[in-house]
Design a protein around this ligand. Structure first.
Ligand SMILES: [Zn+2]
Length: 213
């Protein structure tokens, strides 16, 4: 089987999306790029994470043709491929509808540096403009917003995170859910104090030297 390790990781981290309350049902999707093989493993469309087997995960070329797998790839394949082709440091993409980050996305707000853990994305989490699910327009809006960040909110939709591997892309989503919850709670009490860009540069350097994004 092609990309057995990557397909197994899609199953494992897909289940973690559910058990970590980052998505519900068959929502959300994940992909991993094996650059030495020139192939991408991506979650199939509409399959229960706990019924998914490695062979159900679809293997596609960087341009999106199915190389191995009987099922249809995720409906969001467009932005997965575009992100994996956009930056060489991106080898994995995670997309969720996690409640707290999505609440901020539904306000069409960015997530500012209300807590230093926003450093998992950068000095903030930018916001991609709304476009319908599965469209090239949605992918274009995500690429425009994400730039060099490791995450972006998707207006009225959810969150997308990226990483050098699936574990780090997953961690970004998990940490940003905590920061999103803190931001919502702070906004309910007043205006939170936002960390400066200078401080977030220091935090970014600390993350680099501690092996985090
Ligand atoms: Zn979605």
């Amino acid at each position: 089987m092609r990309l057995f390790d990557e397909r197994s990781a899609i199953v494992k981290f897909g289940q973690k999306l559910i058990t970590s309350h980052l998505t519900t049902g068959t929502g959300g999707n994940l992909s991993i790029y094996n650059r030495s093989e020139g192939l991408i493993a991506i979650k199939p469309s509409g399959v229960d994470y706990f019924k998914m087997r490695p062979e159900d995960v679809v293997v596609v070329s960087p341009s999106g043709e199915t190389v191995e797998g009987k099922l249809k790839p995720s409906i969001e394949i467009r932005f997965h491929l575009d992100l994996l082709n956009f930056r060489e440091d991106i080898n994995a993409v995670v997309h969720t509808h996690q409640v707290n980050a999505t609440t901020i996305a539904c306000m069409n707000w960015e997530l500012p540096a209300v807590h230093y853990l926003v450093g998992f994305s950068g000095n903030k989490v930018p916001l991609a403009k709304y476009a319908s699910m599965g469209t090239q327009a949605l992918s274009d809006n995500i690429l425009e917003a994400i730039g060099g960040y490791n995450a972006c909110l998707m207006a009225n939709h959810g969150l997308v995170t990226v990483g050098t591997d699936i574990g780090s892309a997953f961690n970004v989503a998990e940490e940003l859910e905590l920061v999103s919850k803190l931001f919502i709670q702070c906004k309910s009490m007043g205006e939170p104090k936002i960390l400066s860009d200078e401080e977030m540069i220091i935090i970014g350097e600390k993350f680099m030297t501690s092996g985090q994004p």
